[in-house]
Design a protein around this ligand. Structure first.
Ligand code: SAH
Ligand code: SF4
Length: 422
């Protein structure tokens, strides 16, 4: 989502005559886009801003700004913590950026704009995209779920769905410009359009009809809202890829309750089983947090049990990090850092073995790949992804990047497959 926001801001600035600088040294304006989901990212951000002091000394006219979730959560305090910053732009104020930068260039003032966190974005359609054949499309902003560990509802505001007609217009335009794949983004795509007489499956059906686009992906699905209807749509709509990102977070009912996730392990596994029945070849990936307050070895064992039962194709794994004002901060962060590290390693090792088994079963099978890159040292080493979002490495001509090819899988590791064009 942050990548899409950076690209969007780049686009609106380019529409006002700005150009992309080749490096920070060459730039007149540097904007940091920030994530605040974990504290580590926040600390790194402020140290990166501080590193610019030499450049600022050399180029006193340089404008340095902060956008994204940390901008929204710190507001004025970011100017205090980072004296080099000229402006702070909250998550709802992105379209004000050209005006903010214009004012600073004119008056050399410091500015904070972070008052639109709950507002629906004013629809503008900047043409710029970082890539030429696959891209992100946001279908909404914000989140109403308030999982107890999560800062997102505070820094991205309440859930607002974009109008279907604006999403369709954007994707239709992308299709006519040669884009082949879109990834629809929302904190919880399955609650798209709730209360507005539409829903995510209807949106998928509409997008599926558009010319040009051949693959539709989406993330994230909250297990309390993902449904059999969604899985049937994934099966029936030819462009919707067979990959579901379904964050588990924990396999212990006690921890899930403390996390305010609103489902039990039984609900989760039932959902995963329905998915497997409807899409036997489909992939499921997940997010898991270890070291949530009061998590015991027994809770961790339960998580491992669910990982094995669900058979995840891959998992993003995180150490719990208290994020004020998220409600879990009231609970004592009582799992030591060393224990969090140990638990993280445990689940990463287990996931590695699960993925190894799943991927080994693909050896000898055919797969359709959208080629997405070639090696910088050897341009004949291509990479691409299957519909199930698995990375495949294979030899081929660099001009195949952005095109579809058929490969046969020759070997597999837990993280990627090796293939051969057929
Ligand atoms: N909306 C998405 C995820 C947003 S954040 C969803 O509901 O799944 C991405 C992931 O970061 C979360 O799924 C969670 O696993 C992790 N995360 C969020 N807050 C965290 C925290 N305080 N500490 C550690 N991991 C966290
Ligand atoms: Fe955060 Fe939960 Fe919303 Fe995801 S669903 S953004 S984890 S509050």
């Amino acid at each position: 989502m942050n990548m899409r926001d950076s690209e969007y801001v780049m686009g609106i600035l380019m529409d006002r005559g700005f150009r992309k600088a080749k490096s920070a040294d060459e730039a007149d304006v540097i904007i940091f886009n920030s994530c605040s989901v974990r504290k580590h990212a926040e600390d790194k951000l402020f140290s990166n801003i501080g590193d610019l002091w030499k450049l600022k000394k050399r180029k006193p006219g340089l404008v340095i700004g902060l956008m994204g979730c940390t901008a929204q959560s710190y507001k004025d305090a970011a100017l205090e913590r980072a004296p080099l910053l000229d402006f702070v732009c909250g998550t709802g104020n992105e379209s004000d950026l050209p005006a903010i930068i214009g004012d600073i260039l004119k008056d050399r003032c410091r500015m904070v704009a972070a008052d639109k966190v709950n507002e629906k974005k004013h629809e503008i359609f900047p043409a710029y995209r970082d890539e030429t054949f696959k891209t992100f499309v946001s279908i909404g902003e914000g989140c109403n779920n308030f999982c107890s560990y999560c800062i997102v509802p505070y820094v991205r505001g309440k859930e607002r769905s974009r109008d279907a007609k604006d999403i369709i217009r954007e994707i239709d335009d992308l299709g006519s410009r040669g884009f082949k794949e879109v990834m629809l983004l929302g904190q919880n795509v399955n609650s798209y359009g709730r209360g507005e007489g539409t829903d995510f499956v209807k949106l998928l059906c509409e997008i599926n009809k558009l010319k040009g686009i051949e693959r539709i992906r989406f993330m994230t699905s909250h297990p309390k809202d993902a449904s059999i209807k969604l899985f049937e749509a994934m099966r029936d709509l030819d462009k919707v890829c067979e990959h579901l990102h379904l964050p588990l977070q924990s396999g212990s009912d006690r921890i899930l309750k403390l996390m305010n996730r609103k489902y039990t392990v039984k609900d989760y596994l039932k959902l995963a089983e329905s998915y497997r029945k409807i899409l036997p070849q489909g992939a499921i990936t997940t997010d898991i947090i270890v070291g949530f307050p009061s998590e015991t070895e027994k809770d961790l064992k339960e998580t491992v049990k669910v990982m094995k039962a669900a058979g995840f194709d891959s998992a993003y794994t995180f150490k719990y990090s208290p994020r004020p004002p998220a409600r879990s901060c009231k609970l004592k962060d009582n799992v030591s850092e060393a224990l969090k590290d140990k638990r993280l390693k445990t689940i990463m090792d287990i996931q590695c073995r699960i993925a190894e088994d799943i991927n080994a079963r693909l050896i000898g099978q055919p797969a359709g790949i959208l080629v997405d890159g070639c090696g910088s040292k050897d341009p004949r080493k291509l990479t691409g992804r299957t519909r199930t979002n698995k990375v495949v490495v294979f030899d081929g001509r660099p001009d195949l990047v952005g095109k579809f090819v058929d490969v046969k899988i020759l070997s597999a590791t837990p993280y990627a497959l090796k293939g051969k064009i057929v």
